[in-house]
Structure formats: C-alpha cells, structure tokens
Ligand binder design. Sequence first.
Ligand SMILES: Cc1cc2nc3c(=O)[nH]c(=O)nc-3n(C[C@H](O)[C@H](O)[C@H](O)COP(=O)(O)O)c2cc1C
Length: 342
Amino acid sequence: MNSQEKTSSLYHSVTIGNMTFDGNLFLAPLAGYTDRAFRSVCIENGASFTYTEMVSAEGLARESANTEKLLIRARNEEFLGVQIFMNDSSVSMRSLEKLLKYNPSIIDINCGCPVPKVVKTGAGSALMNEPEKIRKMVEELKEHTDIPISIKIRKGWNETSVNFREVAAAAVGAGVDMITMHARTRSMYYSGSADWDSLKELKDYTRKTAPSVIIFGSGDLFTPQSAKDMLEQTGIDGVMFARGAIGNPFIFERTKALLTGKPQEEPPLETRLQVMLRQLHLMGTYSGEQLACREMRKHAASYLKGLPHGARAKQALVQATTFHEYERVCDSLLNGTLIPLN
Ligand SMILES: Cc1cc2nc3c(=O)[nH]c(=O)nc-3n(C[C@H](O)[C@H](O)[C@H](O)COP(=O)(O)O)c2cc1C
C-alpha cells in the first residue's frame, strides 16, 4: 500500500449495529457544550456524527422537561447519538419509553464521567468498578430495542485498577455494538496524557473476539495530526473529538482533508468569526438572544484563543448581552479597531 492509500484508508464509513455513517470523525458528548447549536455547526463543518451531552436516565423516567430538552435535534441532524447516565439497568428500562420517542440513532451509556456528584450515585466512571452492572444495562437495552447500543468507558478507575478489558468483555458478551474509550483513568480526570496503547490493546482484543464491535478512541485529540496518529498507532475504527472541537469545529473537515491526502488549511479569521456568530444565532433561535449570548461566552473564548487581540475581544464579550455586541466585537477584530464595549 502506498502512503496515499494508507492515509485515505484511515477515513472511512463505519457501520454500528444497523446504522452506517459516511465517516469516522465523531463529536464526543461534552456536558455543557454539545447543545443543538454546537452540534449543528460541527455537522456543517464535517462531523460524521454527534452526541448529546450526558442525559440523566432518571430525569427522563421522571419526565423532567429540562432533561427532555437535551434530546431535541438540530435542523440538520438526521442522526443523533443520545448518551444516558444511570446507576442501574432498572433506570434505563424506566426511561426507555421516553427515550424512544426521540428516535435516537445510537444509545450510549456513560461509564466515564469522573464528577463526584455523578460518581457517588454509582453512575459514570463508578460503573468501571462494576462490569456486571454494565453487562446488565447493555443486555436489557439490547433486549428491548433494535437501536445500536454503545458504551463510553475509561481505562479504569485508577492506575491500580485498569480493567477496560474486563469491562469490554462484559459488554461484548451482552451484545454491545460499539465501545468508545477515553484512555485515561477516572483518577486522572482530564489531566496527564491519554494512554493510546490501551486503545490498541482494546482494538486487538475485539478484533479477535468480536470483530463487528466498533472501537472509537478519545483523549488528547487537539489537532488533525493527533487524530491521524491515533488512528495509525492503534488501528481503531474512528475518533471522537472533544475539547479539540470546542471553538474549533473546523477540526473535522481539516482532519478529513489530512486523512484523504488533500490540502488542509487553517480557516481564515473571517471564517472563524462567521462560524462563531452562526453558532450564536443558532443558539438564539433555540434559547433566545440573552441566554444565547451568555452561554456562547465559553465557546467564544475558545474561538478567539490565540487570535491577535483575542484576549481583548474575550474581555469585551464577558458582558455582551446582544447579538449586536458580538457582531461589533467581530467587526472590530476584522478591521483592527477593537475598542472595549462601553
Ligand atoms: C467539559 C467536558 C464535558 C464532558 N462531558 C462528557 C459527557 O457528558 N459524556 C462523556 O462521555 N464524556 C464527557 N467528557 C469527556 C469527553 O467526551 C472526552 O472523552 C475527554 O474530554 C477526552 O478527550 P480530549 O482529551 O480530546 O478532550 C467531557 C469532557 C469535558 C472536558
């Protein structure tokens, strides 16, 4: 295989259960970030598939309107992965009817959230200590629906309990369709380096035992090159961009270009700002101008990171409450006349 063929073989369609996606560059679930507007913009910029942020299965079972809101699709979202968190399979059964009303393309079980509030209920990464519970959750969901079921796991709870193989074996035994691994332990939270060797080990394991199970990798994907390196070094089927996509939805098209041997260019300043404003306006149509302006600040900080006068623009946006104020800051960044608001 020549190097061009090898490169393009890294970008390909993936079939997960009964769903086929054109590409293997997914947007990871990100609590507080992967709302409809952001997912929409990521799709426009080449994401092959997107997930909701983690959604409480208990909240769905209790018919919480705020929880259900998280399941609504963006206009351009033909497919949508819904990630749920729970501490027991009985919760998923109680929430299933509600969940199915939103027609998820994939149901993903969160087995990786490190946050104490979640972990102390026995959900998120606490499940890494209970592979049997994971098995039961997958088994029951598989029994009651044809929708592909995936799990998103960590490498283990901490360095002395690295048990992703055991967790994978339990899930594979229950018929899981896809496993995504964030290759850090729970104790690492988001610090230190992700251990890509463990991703290779996981893929080698399922290649032998359950070749139809799709393996995705997560952890330290901040550039197109890092995604290419992960795919090459581990042999996994696809990658999920997380922090690397915040304020940078361009990473999808750029990675696709890199993997298919096409020129990949950094988006010019004008494009960055246009896409940022597009995300803001989309957010506005979903949640109103004022809330959108507030919610957009954390995304804007990432869009503006590293730009000349980006820090000053960020400062100006801290108090922006209207689309017009955002537009004014973008205009002044473009024509080099940035002045503080007020
Ligand atoms: C702010 C934030 C929120 C996250 N929310 C979720 C979540 O809701 N569900 C989940 O499975 N992972 C969540 N993650 C983990 C990411 O999906 C991803 O696995 C992790 O950030 C590692 O990838 P990265 O190093 O490329 O960012 C979150 C991470 C961050 C930083």
